[in-house]
Write a new protein. Sequence first.
Lengths: 217, 228
Amino acid sequence: MKGSQREIYANLTITELVEKSRQDDRLALEELIRRNEKIVYNTLYHLDPNRTDIADLAQEVLFRMAKNVKNIRNPATFKFWLNQIITNLFYDELRRKTRRLTTISMDTPYMDSDQEESGQTRDIADLARMPEERTLGSELDTKIKEAIENLSEQFRLVIVLRELQGLSYEEIAEITGTNIGTVKSRLARARARLQEHIKPYLEQERGAYWKMVFVII
Amino acid sequence: MENGFCNNIKPLISAYFDDELSSGENDLVRSHIDSCPECADELENIKNLSGIIKNSFKNTGYKLDIASVVISKLDGMHICNDVAEKLSPYIDRELDKKELSAISEHLLSCNHCRREYENLKEIQSAVKNYLENIDNHSSHKIAEGVINRIKKQERRLEYLKSTAALFIIALLSWFSINTISPFNAKINDKARLVSLDKSAYLRSEDFLFTKVYSSPPEGAISTIYEED
C-alpha cells in the first residue's frame, strides 16, 4: 500500500473499514487486519500465556475474520463479532487434548473447585524457552499477570473480555454462552481473587514508598 | 451501617463499578456507599485493581507482524472456501483421485484448512465413539424413549387418518346421493344401496339382490322384487 493510500485508510473508523471490506475493498481489509493484530494477539496471550502457538492462533483469528467479514450483519458490532471468533477459538483449544505449552509439569495435582478441567497438573513456565514475542512491563505488571494466570479459565475469560476488550456484561454473556447473572458473579469473584493475590505485594509497595519518603527526609 | 445490609451490597459493588446495575440497584448501592466506609473502601479497591489490570494489559508489548502473514494469504482465500466445502467427503474418501490429492496438497501448506480438517475429524470420531460406546442401560432408555415417541406419533397419525377417512366417506355419500338420479327417486326405506355408481351397479350382480324400489331404476334390465 502506498503511503498516501495508507493514510486515507488509517483515518477511517472501524465501521467504515468493515463496510468497505464487505464490498471487496482489499485495502480496507488489509487495514482492518493491521489495526486488530495487536489486540487479537494480546487477548489470546492473556487468555493462556503459556502457549507456544499464540502467534499461530492470532493468525487463525485474523484469517477467519477476513474470510467472514462479509457475514457481519451490522458493522457497528464488529468488536463483539471479533471477540466471538477469539472466544470460540479459545474454547476449541480448551477442548483439544494436546496443549502446546512451554512448561515442565510437576506431579502434584492442581486442585481448584472452579477448574472446569479436572486432572490438570501444576505447571511452571519454562522461561528459558519462552519466545521473545513480547515485552513485560513493570514488576507489578508481572505480579498481576501471574495472578490472572492462576485464575481458572472461566474467570480469566471474563476478566480479559471486560478489562482488555471493554465488552458489556450482556456481550460477555452472549459470547460465553451464559447469562448476565453468571457474568456478574464470575467477575466479582475473579476480582476478589486477584485482590487477594496482589494485596501483599501492594502493601509491600506501599511500605517501600514510605521507606523512600523517610530516606529522603 | 449494619453488617447484615453490607453483605447484601458487597456482591453488587463490582457490577456497580462497571455501571451494569439497574437504576434501582444503582441508587441503592450509591446511597449505602455514601454512608459506609467499609463498602466505600471495597469500591476503591476494585477501582484500583481494574486500573492495574488495564495497565498491565496495555503494557504487554507486541513485536510481531502477524498482519503481513495473513495479508499474504488473502489471495488464496477462495481456494480455502472451495476446500472447506469438500472436507467432509475428503474425510470419507468420497472424492476422485485428482481431487483427493489436490486437497491433500493444500492441507500440507494451509494452516487454516488443516485446522478445519482436524476439527471435522475430531467431531466425526467423537460421534463415532459415542455411538459405539453407548452404555447398554442408557441405550435401552434411549431406545425406549424413541419408541414411545414413535408410538405417540403413530397413534396421532391413525386418529387423523380415520377421521379423514370418515369425513371423505361422508362427503362422497352425500355427494353421490345428491347427484346420481335413480337414487333420487323415492326409495323404500328397506332398500339397501350396494353400489353407488349407476353403471357399476348395473354391471355388478348386486342389483339382483337389492330390495324394493317404488319405480325401477333407469336402464334396469330386470327388477327383482323381494318380499320382506
